[in-house]
Design a protein around this ligand. Sequence first.
Ligand SMILES: [Zn+2]
Length: 212
Amino acid sequence: MKRILIIGLVLLLGACGLARPRSMDARGADSFEDDVRTARTLTEEFWKQYFQRRLGTTYRPIADFVPYSGKSGPKCGNEPAAPNNAFYCPVGHFIAYDQDWMESLWNEMGDGSVYVIIPHEFGHAVQAQLQTDFQLNVQMELQADCYAGGTLSSLVSSGALETQPGDEDELLLSLEAAGDPTDDWLNPSAHGTAEQRQASFAAGWRSGVDAC
Ligand SMILES: [Zn+2]
């Protein structure tokens, strides 16, 4: 089970006294629910077209997109869903997320957090379809970060998302202190260091998912 957990930036922004940044602006997406729905829809639309045009195959949409609260999340295989997390589950091909946790990030960090976490999880759903072999978990995580960067830059280029100056920095900051609670997330080898994750996201952002 691949997961992303984002912490730290909340405290960072709080300490700086920043107001909630409103940046990754999808037209008409003004609430948390709108941003979550929009991030899912646009990310899947991107991959659908990418599979069709670049790979000549058909993208398989996720079977379910499940919000949960605390410990009430769906199991993945035998593993219970952790609070304060989002994850892709290959058993059942679904994505689930703690909506309270994600909304608090949205409130504290800005909507960029949603537009990093959701495309990252869809990156794992894509990996499952491409069946790439990875030697190490960290390679898979860094590729998912790269996919997230590539997805977002493509959506910005196409006009589906609007950005403001400083957005790239905000998105990169969203990857700081990110990790995996089921995978010893204090150990950088699980997800990569903050520097590795930012570099990977930035590579996708600048050069597109082909560079991932
Ligand atoms: Zn992940």
